[in-house]
Structure formats: structure tokens, C-alpha cells
Write a protein that binds this ligand. Structure first.
Ligand code: NAD
Length: 356
């Protein structure tokens, strides 16, 4: 019996979380859901965006699946997602984006996996507000240290990338490529400009890739990679990226294969794993029951694989492909008019009737 923490989240989160639960339950895998709260809903009930008891429950179960969470913009709130990844040291985000049958897109035959460093870089949360005494002290220090002049009206966000942080994500990506029979790893960076942060990321790849002679790899500037991806995404396979570039390019990859409603994700550390769709809480369509549940359902399939339920994971993925290919049940983002629960029911019914 597996125990899994389920965090429905905000906006469309509870809708796609309920859909995912229906589909995963239909696999027949013995699984107990421990439902916990985080995000705006948690703030109302617990007075905290990320209640300690939710973190404790994940530490206890070791595995969680979550819906998206709304982070209030610029009001002194730390992003719950960033906090969760740092608290649990979920240093690797894995986001597969592949061409799905029946989904019309510009490119065919796309099969990409973004492996994003999840804890460092500009998302480390080291920030100084414009006009604050801390920003003033830092400006003075920078002037003393190297004659750097930072404008008085600047806010400041720092970009730390460590040797240890870079090396563990490099090794993770190459191990992932090997275990999943991927054909190539591409490292995206801007080490010519950010020599002491991106430079460390690139050097970690140069130092450690030699231990994986079976996995070809290359490095490419992130701006050039972006242009190449939209022109010939089939040329790439595993994309190994620092935090910010990984965030941006995983949305780009989602766009390449039909949109945010389709892309699953996993946040993985040595001790814990939290699965979640790449999309956000979509306030524009929340509460209407029209969100596409597939991104979170496929995140559920990744979770099943992590739990060792390989057959059930494959069944869910195959059925999603078949339902998309038939095209008779589709949500609005895919050009149809099915509701979230109709899509979930179509997938769950077929999953339940598939032999495993
Ligand atoms: P978003 O992903 O919520 O929405 C972008 C667009 O994609 C919207 O038009 C939305 O309707 C559409 N969309 C997203 N998911 C969909 C789905 N499953 N089905 C159909 N359409 C879908 O991005 P945003 O608007 O930039 O962010 C909204 C909120 O979500 C913000 O508060 C942001 O902080 C949060 N967010 C959370 C996470 C997370 O919890 N992991 C990730 C990204 C954004």
C-alpha cells in the first residue's frame, strides 16, 4: 500500500487534482491519499501559505502530488513552490514534452525532456527591495569590492550557482539519460556573459560528462538554443538547464507540443519527490470545470513510475494517447468542449478496463 500526499492547490488545482485522483484510482494500484493544503486556501485555514503540517506529511510519506498554487505578486510573499523545493531539497525538475497524438502543432516528432536545476540561480530568493537599507548596504559593499555602481533606484536579485549544486544536477541528468535510453544531453547556458555562475554550470558538465561515455552531449548558448528549439525541436533530446532558463524553456517546450495543459512534471531530491503539472492555477478559467486535466494526470503517471508501479504508469500514458487520438472528448484548450470531469471519466473508464 502506497501513501501519497495530495495537495489540490488553488485556481484550477482542485479541479485537475480531483480528475487525477479518479484516473489513478482506476488503475487499481493500492494507494492511500493523504490530502493536505498549501497556497491561498491554506492561508485562509492555517494562516500560512505552506503550513508546517503539510511539509511534515510530505516528509513522512516521501511522495506527494500537487496542483498549481497561486503566489500573490510582489506583496512580500515567498513563492510556495520555491519554498517547497528548497525546504525538501527537490533539486531536479524533470519535465517531458513530447508530441501527443491528435494534438495539432507546428512540429511533429518532438520528444524533449527538460532537466532543470531547482534550488539555485536567480530563484534562490536572495533579493533586496529598491530603497531598502539592505540594498543600500549592498550597493556600498559592491562599490568597495569592485567599483561596481548600482543605481540607487535599483532592486537587486542575486544569482548564486554552486559547484556542488551544479554537479549534482549534471549527474542527475546524465543518469536520467542513461536510465531512460535517451540519445543526447544538451547543456544550455550563457557562460560567456555570466562567467562565474553559468560558468560553473558549464564546467560541471565538462568535468563530469566524461563519466558517461555512452551519452553524447553538447553545450549551447541559451539564446541560440531558444531559436533552434522553435525551428528544429527534433534535434534535441534532454535539455539540462540552470533554474531560470529551465523554467522559461519548459513553457516553451510545452508550447511546442500543444500547450501548458499537457505537460507533467516531477521535482526530485535524494529523499523526497513532488509531482505537479507545469501549468499554473489559471485564474482566467478557474471554477468553470473546463481545465485540461492531462498535465496533472500525466504527472500522476510519473508518480506511479516513481513508486515502482511501472505497468500502471504505462497504462495511464497509453490511454491518454488513445483518448487524445480519438479526439471525441477534448477540453477547450484542445479545441473541444468537454469538461474536466468528462475528460477524466473518459480516461478513467478506459484505464479501468485495461488489463495490467
Ligand atoms: P498559467 O499556467 O496559470 O496560465 C497560462 C495560460 O494557460 C492561461 O491562459 C490558462 O488558462 C492556460 N492554462 C493553464 N493550465 C491550463 C489547463 N490545465 N487547461 C487549460 N488551459 C490552461 O500561468 P499564469 O497565468 O502565468 O499564472 C497564474 C498563477 O499560477 C500565478 O499565481 C502563478 O504564480 C501560478 N503558477 C503556479 C505554478 C505552480 O504552482 N507550479 C506554476 C506556474 C504558475
Amino acid at each position: 500500500m502506497h501513501r501519497v500526499v495530495l495537495i489540490p492547490g488553488d485556481g484550477i488545482g482542485p479541479e485537475v487534482a480531483a480528475a487525477t485522483r479518479t484516473v489513478i484510482d482506476a488503475t487499481g494500484v493500492p494507494l492511500v491519499w493523504d490530502e493536505r493544503t498549501a497556497g491561498a486556501s491554506a492561508f485562509e485555514t492555517h494562516g500560512a501559505l505552506l503550513p508546517a503540517e503539510t511539509l511534515d506529511a510530505i516528509r513522512d510519506a516521501r511522495v506527494a502530488i500537487k496542483g498549481p498554487i497561486t503566489t500573490p505578486v510582489g506583496e512580500g510573499f515567498r513563492s510556495v513552490n520555491v519554498a517547497l523545493r528548497q525546504e525538501l531539497d527537490l533539486f531536479a525538475a524533470v519535465r517531458p514534452a513530447r508530441t501527443l497524438p491528435g494534438v495539432r502543432t507546428r512540429h511533429q516528432g518532438v520528444d524533449l525532456v527538460v532537466v532543470r536545476e531547482n534550488t539555485e540561480d536567480l530563484y534562490r530568493g536572495i533579493e533586496f527591495a529598491v530603497g531598502s537599507s539592505e540594498a543600500a548596504a549592498l550597493r556600498a559593499e559592491l562599490r568597495d569590492l569592485g567599483g561596481f555602481e548600482v543605481p540607487e533606484d535599483a532592486g537587486i536579485t542575486l544569482k548564486p550557482i554552486s559547484v556542488s549544486g551544479a554537479r549534482r544536477i549534471v549527474r542527475f541528468a546524465f543518469e536520467y539519460a542513461r536510465a531512460n535510453h535517451r540519445r543526447k544531453v544538451t547543456v544550455g547556458h550563457k557562460a560567456n556573459v555570466m562567467r562565474y555562475s553559468d560558468g560553473i554550470f558549464l564546467r560541471a558538465a565538462q568535468d563530469d560528462a566524461g563519466e558517461y561515455p555512452d551519452i553524447p552531449w553538447e553545450d549551447i548558448h541559451i539564446d541560440h538554443l531558444s531559436a533552434q528549439l522553435v525551428r528544429r525541436p527534433q534535434d534535441f533530446d534532454v535539455l539540462l538547464l540552470p533554474n531560470l532558463y529551465g523554467d522559461i524553456l519548459s513553457d516553451l517546450c510545452a508550447g511546442l507540443v500543444g500547450g501548458l495543459g499537457l505537460i507533467p512534471g516531477a521535482n526530485i531530491g535524494w529523499a523526497y519527490a513532488v509531482f505537479e503539472p507545469v501549468h499554473g492555477s489559471a485564474p482566467d478559467i478557474a471554477g468553470r470545470g473546463v481545465a485540461n486535466p492531462i498535465a496533472m494526470v500525466l504527472s500522476g503517471a510519473m508518480m506511479l513510475r516513481h513508486l515502482g508501479e511501472l505497468d500502471a504508469a504505462a497504462v495511464v500514458e497509453d490511454v491518454v494517447d488513445r483518448v487524445l487520438e480519438r479526439g471525441d472528448v477534448r477540453t477547450g484548450d484542445l479545441g473541444g468542449n468537454a469538461t474536466t470531469s468528462e475528460m477524466a471519466a473518459a480516461i478513467a473508464t478506459e484505464v479501468a478496463s485495461t488489463d495490467q
